[in-house]
Design a protein around this ligand. Structure first.
Ligand SMILES: Nc1ncnc2c1ncn2[C@@H]1O[C@H](COP(=O)(O)OP(=O)(O)OP(=O)(O)O)[C@@H](O)[C@H]1O
Length: 273
């Protein structure tokens, strides 16, 4: 807990009671006889940064995929801004404001950074054949706007100097920053981050944390799956802990790290923070 007036670490804020921007209601995902996710409910308020943690095999990645639309649950509901989307594919969820990054980003290696970021745009007239014939001026204008926005986002993620280089020149951490820029092209209201710290060197990790805080300040909500508890503690006001497919507990990073059930699930008696 922070004293009134004291600055919280990085992006941390109090939980909001507003209508959730993303929610799961009793979600189940079975693979044969295994319930990888077994009746999980969670709710994320607008403007929050929340974490999803748990030991290996807890069901985090499966839950993430169910929220992002990579798969539909065996049972239960997923809601974006109150709209039920559990049967909707990922692209439909993107149009409702949900963006996601991948644990191992795979940009098109021979395309430039700016071209890769431009691919994150939504509903461009130039992507449809007819407008190219009947409204070439509008298509060219939108193309220019898309390019300018992609360049501004590359600047935001500190990659301007590499904008025209092929994506294959990037380090693991730079790929994560490129991925963030690509996701931001669609102006998401919530971004799901899959292990943003994995494989990233400490100095670039600071850049990534700083950019997440800034994006959040501008109003975007985040759900972060992460094994790096330091990053979770710095960013997240609220953490959901999964173990063996279920939601084990939830609370502030400090509260869950001190929870004996969490310690038991992770380490059999050690400390998380
Ligand atoms: N496609 C699949 N088919 C069968 N079983 C799966 C599949 N995906 C996940 N599982 C199983 O579901 C359980 C949860 O896996 P999941 O990858 O969601 O856990 P996790 O918490 O993300 O683990 P980690 O931190 O190691 O990535 C595991 O027992 C896993 O073997």
């Amino acid at each position: 807990m922070h004293e009134t007036g004291a600055a919280p670490p990085d992006g941390r804020r109090e939980r909001t009671q507003e209508r959730p921007v993303l929610a799961a209601d009793n979600v189940v995902q079975r693979f044969g006889g295994i319930a990888a996710v077994d009746g999980v409910s969670l709710s994320i308020g607008r403007g929050e940064i929340v974490g999803l943690i748990g030991p290996n095999g807890a069901g985090k990645t499966t839950m993430f995929n169910l929220l992002a639309g990579a798969m539909s649950p065996t049972a239960g509901r997923v809601l974006i801004g109150g709209e039920a989307v559990e049967a909707s594919p990922a692209h439909r969820r993107i149009t409702l404001g949900l963006g996601r990054t991948f644990q191992i980003p795979k940009p098109f290696p021979n395309m430039s950074l700016v071209e890769n970021v431009m691919l994150g745009r939504q509903n461009q007239a130039g992507e449809r054949i007819l407008p190219n014939w009947i409204m070439p001026g509008r298509v060219a204008r939108e193309e220019k706007e898309t390019y300018d926005k992609a360049m501004a986002l590359l600047d935001f993620v500190t990659l301007t100097h590499l904008a025209r280089q092929p994506a294959k020149v990037l380090s693991g951490g730079q790929r994560k920053l490129l991925e963030l820029a690509r996701v931001l092209m669609a102006d998401p209201s919530i971004i799901l981050l899959d292990e943003p710290a994995a494989g990233v060197n400490p100095s670039l990790l600071e850049v990534i944390i700083d950019r997440i805080v800034e994006i959040n300040r501008r109003g975007t909500t985040f759900l972060i799956i992460e094994h790096n508890m330091d990053m979770i503690a710095r960013l997240c006001s609220h953490v959901f802990v999964m173990a063996t497919g279920k939601l084990l507990c939830e609370g502030t990073p400090e509260a869950v790290a001190a929870d004996p059930r969490v310690i038991e699930a992770y380490l059999g008696g050690g400390h998380l923070l």
